[in-house]
Design a protein around this ligand. Structure first.
Ligand SMILES: [Zn+2]
Length: 366
Protein backbone atom coordinates (compact mmCIF):
# COMPACT_ATOMS: atom_id res chain seq x y z
CA UNK A 1 0.00 0.00 0.00
CA UNK A 2 1.18 3.53 -0.81
CA UNK A 3 2.00 5.74 2.10
CA UNK A 4 -0.25 8.82 2.24
CA UNK A 5 2.37 11.52 1.52
CA UNK A 6 3.66 9.53 -1.46
CA UNK A 7 0.15 9.14 -2.83
CA UNK A 8 -0.39 12.89 -2.62
CA UNK A 9 2.96 13.41 -4.32
CA UNK A 10 1.94 11.14 -7.21
CA UNK A 11 -1.39 12.89 -7.64
CA UNK A 12 0.26 16.30 -7.57
CA UNK A 13 2.88 15.35 -10.16
CA UNK A 14 0.82 13.21 -12.53
CA UNK A 15 -2.53 14.96 -12.60
CA UNK A 16 -1.32 18.12 -14.35
CA UNK A 17 -0.37 15.97 -17.37
CA UNK A 18 -3.98 14.84 -17.70
CA UNK A 19 -5.34 18.35 -17.20
CA UNK A 20 -3.26 19.63 -20.11
CA UNK A 21 -1.76 23.12 -20.27
CA UNK A 22 -3.69 24.60 -17.35
CA UNK A 23 -2.98 22.47 -14.32
CA UNK A 24 -4.40 25.13 -12.00
CA UNK A 25 -7.21 27.01 -13.72
CA UNK A 26 -8.08 30.22 -11.91
CA UNK A 27 -11.32 29.71 -10.04
CA UNK A 28 -14.16 31.82 -11.37
CA UNK A 29 -14.77 34.58 -8.87
CA UNK A 30 -18.21 35.72 -7.92
CA UNK A 31 -18.73 39.35 -8.86
CA UNK A 32 -18.33 41.71 -5.96
CA UNK A 33 -19.45 45.24 -5.19
CA UNK A 34 -17.08 47.98 -4.05
CA UNK A 35 -18.18 50.98 -2.01
CA UNK A 36 -15.38 53.55 -1.66
CA UNK A 37 -16.12 56.14 1.01
CA UNK A 38 -13.94 59.26 1.02
CA UNK A 39 -14.00 61.62 3.97
CA UNK A 40 -12.54 64.71 2.34
CA UNK A 41 -9.97 66.23 4.69
CA UNK A 42 -10.55 63.50 7.29
CA UNK A 43 -7.30 62.94 9.17
CA UNK A 44 -6.86 61.09 12.46
CA UNK A 45 -7.57 64.21 14.55
CA UNK A 46 -10.85 64.79 12.71
CA UNK A 47 -11.84 61.15 13.34
CA UNK A 48 -10.79 61.36 16.99
CA UNK A 49 -12.71 64.60 17.53
CA UNK A 50 -15.83 62.96 16.06
CA UNK A 51 -15.32 59.97 18.33
CA UNK A 52 -14.97 62.07 21.51
CA UNK A 53 -18.08 64.05 20.57
CA UNK A 54 -19.94 60.79 19.90
CA UNK A 55 -19.66 59.26 23.40
CA UNK A 56 -16.27 57.72 22.64
CA UNK A 57 -17.48 55.45 19.87
CA UNK A 58 -17.65 55.34 16.08
CA UNK A 59 -18.82 52.86 13.47
CA UNK A 60 -15.24 53.03 12.19
CA UNK A 61 -14.37 50.79 15.15
CA UNK A 62 -16.22 47.95 13.40
CA UNK A 63 -13.35 47.64 10.89
CA UNK A 64 -10.58 45.10 11.49
CA UNK A 65 -8.32 45.85 8.52
CA UNK A 66 -6.67 49.27 8.79
CA UNK A 67 -3.79 50.93 6.93
CA UNK A 68 -2.21 54.30 6.20
CA UNK A 69 -1.66 56.04 2.88
CA UNK A 70 0.86 58.58 1.64
CA UNK A 71 -1.10 61.34 -0.02
CA UNK A 72 1.37 63.55 -1.92
CA UNK A 73 0.68 64.45 -5.55
CA UNK A 74 3.06 64.42 -8.54
CA UNK A 75 4.06 68.06 -8.10
CA UNK A 76 3.49 68.82 -4.41
CA UNK A 77 4.02 67.22 -1.02
CA UNK A 78 0.56 68.53 -0.20
CA UNK A 79 -2.14 67.22 -2.48
CA UNK A 80 -5.41 68.85 -3.43
CA UNK A 81 -8.63 66.89 -3.76
CA UNK A 82 -8.34 66.57 -7.56
CA UNK A 83 -4.94 64.86 -7.53
CA UNK A 84 -5.92 62.89 -4.41
CA UNK A 85 -9.12 61.50 -5.91
CA UNK A 86 -7.47 60.93 -9.31
CA UNK A 87 -4.89 58.73 -7.54
CA UNK A 88 -7.75 56.60 -6.14
CA UNK A 89 -9.72 56.64 -9.41
CA UNK A 90 -6.88 56.04 -11.88
CA UNK A 91 -3.89 54.65 -9.95
CA UNK A 92 -1.40 57.38 -10.84
CA UNK A 93 -0.11 60.47 -9.03
CA UNK A 94 -0.96 63.61 -10.95
CA UNK A 95 -0.56 67.38 -10.79
CA UNK A 96 -2.74 69.24 -8.28
CA UNK A 97 -5.99 70.45 -9.88
CA UNK A 98 -5.95 67.85 -12.68
CA UNK A 99 -9.09 65.73 -12.86
CA UNK A 100 -8.79 62.24 -14.40
CA UNK A 101 -5.61 63.24 -16.30
CA UNK A 102 -2.03 62.13 -15.75
CA UNK A 103 0.80 64.59 -15.02
CA UNK A 104 1.19 65.15 -18.80
CA UNK A 105 -2.53 65.96 -19.14
CA UNK A 106 -3.31 62.66 -20.86
CA UNK A 107 -6.71 61.19 -19.95
CA UNK A 108 -6.66 58.06 -17.79
CA UNK A 109 -9.45 55.51 -17.54
CA UNK A 110 -11.03 55.63 -14.09
CA UNK A 111 -12.14 52.66 -12.01
CA UNK A 112 -15.72 53.82 -12.50
CA UNK A 113 -15.24 53.77 -16.29
CA UNK A 114 -13.56 50.35 -16.13
CA UNK A 115 -16.51 49.04 -14.14
CA UNK A 116 -18.97 50.57 -16.63
CA UNK A 117 -17.10 48.98 -19.58
CA UNK A 118 -17.48 45.60 -17.87
CA UNK A 119 -21.23 46.16 -17.43
CA UNK A 120 -21.14 46.71 -13.69
CA UNK A 121 -23.36 49.50 -12.38
CA UNK A 122 -21.77 52.70 -11.09
CA UNK A 123 -22.69 55.48 -8.69
CA UNK A 124 -21.39 58.70 -7.13
CA UNK A 125 -22.70 60.55 -4.08
CA UNK A 126 -21.38 63.83 -2.63
CA UNK A 127 -22.61 66.49 -0.22
CA UNK A 128 -20.88 69.11 -2.41
CA UNK A 129 -21.40 69.84 -6.10
CA UNK A 130 -21.42 66.50 -7.92
CA UNK A 131 -18.82 68.20 -10.18
CA UNK A 132 -16.52 68.99 -7.22
CA UNK A 133 -12.95 67.66 -7.49
CA UNK A 134 -13.46 64.36 -5.64
CA UNK A 135 -16.52 62.97 -7.46
CA UNK A 136 -15.41 64.59 -10.77
CA UNK A 137 -12.16 62.60 -10.74
CA UNK A 138 -14.17 59.40 -11.25
CA UNK A 139 -15.99 60.45 -14.46
CA UNK A 140 -14.39 63.63 -15.87
CA UNK A 141 -11.12 64.43 -17.64
CA UNK A 142 -10.22 68.12 -17.35
CA UNK A 143 -6.98 70.03 -16.69
CA UNK A 144 -8.56 72.22 -14.01
CA UNK A 145 -10.96 71.19 -11.26
CA UNK A 146 -12.69 74.56 -11.46
CA UNK A 147 -13.83 74.00 -15.09
CA UNK A 148 -17.25 73.11 -13.71
CA UNK A 149 -19.18 73.55 -16.96
CA UNK A 150 -16.81 71.23 -18.86
CA UNK A 151 -16.84 68.69 -16.00
CA UNK A 152 -20.64 68.76 -16.09
CA UNK A 153 -20.57 67.93 -19.81
CA UNK A 154 -18.41 64.89 -19.06
CA UNK A 155 -21.35 63.34 -17.17
CA UNK A 156 -23.08 63.02 -20.53
CA UNK A 157 -20.56 60.31 -21.47
CA UNK A 158 -22.99 58.14 -19.54
CA UNK A 159 -20.56 56.12 -17.44
CA UNK A 160 -22.29 57.05 -14.16
CA UNK A 161 -25.62 55.30 -13.55
CA UNK A 162 -26.57 56.98 -10.28
CA UNK A 163 -25.32 60.49 -9.39
CA UNK A 164 -26.52 62.31 -6.27
CA UNK A 165 -25.28 65.68 -5.02
CA UNK A 166 -25.46 69.43 -5.54
CA UNK A 167 -24.29 71.65 -8.39
CA UNK A 168 -27.54 71.93 -10.37
CA UNK A 169 -26.55 75.44 -11.54
CA UNK A 170 -23.83 74.01 -13.77
CA UNK A 171 -26.56 72.12 -15.66
CA UNK A 172 -29.19 74.79 -16.08
CA UNK A 173 -27.60 78.20 -15.42
CA UNK A 174 -24.65 77.87 -17.72
CA UNK A 175 -22.63 80.61 -19.36
CA UNK A 176 -23.01 78.82 -22.69
CA UNK A 177 -26.79 78.99 -22.27
CA UNK A 178 -27.34 75.26 -22.75
CA UNK A 179 -29.63 73.22 -20.51
CA UNK A 180 -27.86 69.97 -19.71
CA UNK A 181 -30.74 68.67 -17.61
CA UNK A 182 -32.57 68.25 -20.92
CA UNK A 183 -29.46 66.56 -22.32
CA UNK A 184 -29.40 64.14 -19.36
CA UNK A 185 -33.00 63.22 -20.07
CA UNK A 186 -32.17 62.76 -23.76
CA UNK A 187 -29.38 60.40 -22.66
CA UNK A 188 -31.89 58.24 -20.82
CA UNK A 189 -31.51 59.57 -17.27
CA UNK A 190 -34.35 60.31 -14.91
CA UNK A 191 -33.48 63.65 -13.27
CA UNK A 192 -34.84 64.81 -9.90
CA UNK A 193 -34.14 67.85 -7.75
CA UNK A 194 -34.73 66.05 -4.47
CA UNK A 195 -33.96 62.66 -2.97
CA UNK A 196 -37.43 61.91 -1.61
CA UNK A 197 -38.97 62.56 -5.03
CA UNK A 198 -36.43 60.24 -6.63
CA UNK A 199 -37.20 57.58 -4.02
CA UNK A 200 -40.91 57.70 -4.84
CA UNK A 201 -40.76 58.13 -8.59
CA UNK A 202 -37.53 56.77 -10.08
CA UNK A 203 -38.28 53.75 -12.22
CA UNK A 204 -35.07 53.10 -14.13
CA UNK A 205 -31.51 52.23 -13.14
CA UNK A 206 -30.09 55.56 -14.35
CA UNK A 207 -30.95 58.40 -12.01
CA UNK A 208 -29.42 61.82 -11.38
CA UNK A 209 -30.47 63.70 -8.23
CA UNK A 210 -29.41 67.36 -8.25
CA UNK A 211 -30.55 68.18 -4.75
CA UNK A 212 -29.26 71.78 -4.66
CA UNK A 213 -28.18 74.54 -7.00
CA UNK A 214 -24.99 74.90 -4.92
CA UNK A 215 -23.36 72.54 -2.41
CA UNK A 216 -25.70 70.77 -0.01
CA UNK A 217 -26.04 72.70 3.27
CA UNK A 218 -24.07 71.67 6.36
CA UNK A 219 -25.52 68.70 8.25
CA UNK A 220 -26.54 71.05 11.08
CA UNK A 221 -28.09 73.59 8.71
CA UNK A 222 -30.79 71.46 7.16
CA UNK A 223 -29.04 68.62 5.33
CA UNK A 224 -30.08 66.07 7.93
CA UNK A 225 -29.38 62.42 7.03
CA UNK A 226 -29.16 63.16 3.30
CA UNK A 227 -25.89 61.23 2.89
CA UNK A 228 -27.12 58.01 4.51
CA UNK A 229 -30.45 58.24 2.66
CA UNK A 230 -28.63 58.78 -0.63
CA UNK A 231 -26.41 55.77 0.08
CA UNK A 232 -29.48 53.66 0.83
CA UNK A 233 -31.21 54.80 -2.38
CA UNK A 234 -28.09 54.19 -4.50
CA UNK A 235 -27.29 50.72 -3.12
CA UNK A 236 -30.95 49.73 -3.58
CA UNK A 237 -30.69 50.59 -7.29
CA UNK A 238 -27.14 49.36 -7.92
CA UNK A 239 -27.50 45.95 -6.27
CA UNK A 240 -30.05 44.97 -8.92
CA UNK A 241 -27.17 44.37 -11.33
CA UNK A 242 -25.90 40.83 -10.70
CA UNK A 243 -22.54 41.70 -12.29
CA UNK A 244 -21.77 43.95 -9.32
CA UNK A 245 -21.29 47.68 -8.82
CA UNK A 246 -18.87 50.45 -7.93
CA UNK A 247 -20.11 53.27 -5.69
CA UNK A 248 -18.15 56.25 -4.35
CA UNK A 249 -19.63 58.13 -1.40
CA UNK A 250 -17.98 61.37 -0.31
CA UNK A 251 -18.31 63.12 3.03
CA UNK A 252 -17.38 66.33 1.24
CA UNK A 253 -17.70 68.91 3.97
CA UNK A 254 -15.28 67.60 6.62
CA UNK A 255 -12.79 69.45 4.41
CA UNK A 256 -14.91 72.62 4.41
CA UNK A 257 -14.81 72.62 8.22
CA UNK A 258 -11.03 72.26 8.10
CA UNK A 259 -10.57 75.13 5.64
CA UNK A 260 -12.67 77.41 7.81
CA UNK A 261 -10.89 76.21 10.99
CA UNK A 262 -14.30 75.43 12.43
CA UNK A 263 -14.04 72.57 14.92
CA UNK A 264 -17.81 72.11 15.37
CA UNK A 265 -18.30 71.95 11.59
CA UNK A 266 -15.67 69.16 11.41
CA UNK A 267 -17.14 67.23 14.34
CA UNK A 268 -20.70 67.31 13.00
CA UNK A 269 -19.63 66.32 9.49
CA UNK A 270 -17.47 63.43 10.80
CA UNK A 271 -20.38 62.20 12.93
CA UNK A 272 -22.70 62.28 9.90
CA UNK A 273 -20.12 60.51 7.72
CA UNK A 274 -19.65 57.86 10.41
CA UNK A 275 -23.43 57.38 10.70
CA UNK A 276 -23.46 56.73 6.93
CA UNK A 277 -20.51 54.33 7.32
CA UNK A 278 -22.62 52.36 9.84
CA UNK A 279 -25.50 52.08 7.37
CA UNK A 280 -23.15 51.05 4.55
CA UNK A 281 -21.53 48.40 6.78
CA UNK A 282 -25.00 47.07 7.64
CA UNK A 283 -25.67 46.74 3.90
CA UNK A 284 -22.31 45.03 3.30
CA UNK A 285 -22.82 42.59 6.18
CA UNK A 286 -26.25 41.59 4.89
CA UNK A 287 -25.03 41.38 1.28
CA UNK A 288 -21.91 39.36 2.10
CA UNK A 289 -20.18 40.24 -1.15
CA UNK A 290 -19.43 43.93 -0.80
CA UNK A 291 -16.00 45.42 -0.11
CA UNK A 292 -16.23 48.70 1.83
CA UNK A 293 -13.21 51.01 1.92
CA UNK A 294 -13.18 54.19 3.99
CA UNK A 295 -10.34 56.66 3.56
CA UNK A 296 -9.47 60.32 3.02
CA UNK A 297 -7.73 62.18 0.22
CA UNK A 298 -5.72 64.30 2.71
CA UNK A 299 -5.98 66.04 6.07
CA UNK A 300 -7.27 69.63 6.17
CA UNK A 301 -6.38 72.37 8.64
CA UNK A 302 -3.48 70.76 10.51
CA UNK A 303 -6.06 70.10 13.17
CA UNK A 304 -4.93 68.97 16.64
CA UNK A 305 -6.94 68.09 19.73
CA UNK A 306 -5.77 70.07 22.72
CA UNK A 307 -8.30 69.01 25.30
CA UNK A 308 -11.85 67.97 25.97
CA UNK A 309 -13.98 65.62 28.01
CA UNK A 310 -15.05 62.09 27.09
CA UNK A 311 -18.07 62.31 29.45
CA UNK A 312 -19.49 65.56 28.08
CA UNK A 313 -18.26 65.05 24.52
CA UNK A 314 -16.52 68.42 24.50
CA UNK A 315 -13.49 68.78 22.22
CA UNK A 316 -11.01 71.65 22.13
CA UNK A 317 -8.79 71.95 19.13
CA UNK A 318 -6.56 74.24 17.16
CA UNK A 319 -5.32 74.53 13.61
CA UNK A 320 -1.92 75.10 12.03
CA UNK A 321 -3.30 75.93 8.59
CA UNK A 322 -6.34 76.93 6.56
CA UNK A 323 -5.17 74.53 3.87
CA UNK A 324 -4.44 70.83 3.47
CA UNK A 325 -1.49 69.11 5.15
CA UNK A 326 0.78 66.23 4.11
CA UNK A 327 0.19 63.87 7.03
CA UNK A 328 -0.68 60.25 6.20
CA UNK A 329 -4.38 59.40 6.41
CA UNK A 330 -6.01 56.12 7.48
CA UNK A 331 -7.70 53.45 5.35
CA UNK A 332 -10.35 51.09 6.76
CA UNK A 333 -11.56 48.03 4.84
CA UNK A 334 -14.32 45.45 5.33
CA UNK A 335 -15.44 42.56 3.15
CA UNK A 336 -13.88 40.36 0.45
CA UNK A 337 -10.22 41.39 -0.03
CA UNK A 338 -10.19 43.71 3.00
CA UNK A 339 -6.94 42.17 4.29
CA UNK A 340 -5.12 43.66 1.26
CA UNK A 341 -5.66 47.17 2.62
CA UNK A 342 -3.46 46.88 5.73
CA UNK A 343 0.04 48.40 5.90
CA UNK A 344 1.53 51.69 4.74
CA UNK A 345 1.39 52.46 1.02
CA UNK A 346 0.83 55.10 -1.68
CA UNK A 347 -2.67 56.47 -2.32
CA UNK A 348 -2.42 55.10 -5.89
CA UNK A 349 -2.49 51.56 -4.50
CA UNK A 350 -6.11 52.02 -3.46
CA UNK A 351 -6.85 51.82 -7.21
CA UNK A 352 -4.70 48.72 -7.72
CA UNK A 353 -6.20 46.94 -4.75
CA UNK A 354 -9.75 47.71 -5.92
CA UNK A 355 -8.95 46.47 -9.45
CA UNK A 356 -7.57 43.25 -7.98
CA UNK A 357 -10.61 42.83 -5.74
CA UNK A 358 -12.89 43.22 -8.76
CA UNK A 359 -10.66 40.77 -10.66
CA UNK A 360 -10.35 43.14 -13.65
CA UNK A 361 -7.64 42.25 -16.17
CA UNK A 362 -6.55 45.62 -17.58
CA UNK A 363 -4.60 43.98 -20.43
CA UNK A 364 -7.72 42.38 -21.76
CA UNK A 365 -10.55 44.12 -23.60
CA UNK A 366 -13.72 43.87 -21.50
ZN1 LIG B 1 -9.87 71.04 0.58
Amino acid sequence: MLKKPFAFFLIAVICPFFWGKNPSPTPTKEPINIILMIGDGMGLSQITAGMIANHNELNLERFRHIGLIKTFSSNDLITDSAAGATAFACGKKTHNAYVGLDAYKRPMTTILELAHERELSTGLIATSYIQHATPASFFAHQPNRYMYEEITEDILAGTVDIAIGGGRKFFDQREDGRNLIDSLAAHGYEVFNGLSKAKKQAESSRVVVLAKKEHLPQVTEGRGRFLAKAADFATGKLKQNNKGFFLMIEGSQIDFGGHSNNKDYIVNEVKDFDYTIGKVLDFAEADGNTLVIVTADHETGGFAIEGGDIDTGEVYGDFTSGKHTATMVPVFAYGPGAEEFTGIYENTEIFTKMINAFGFDLNEAP
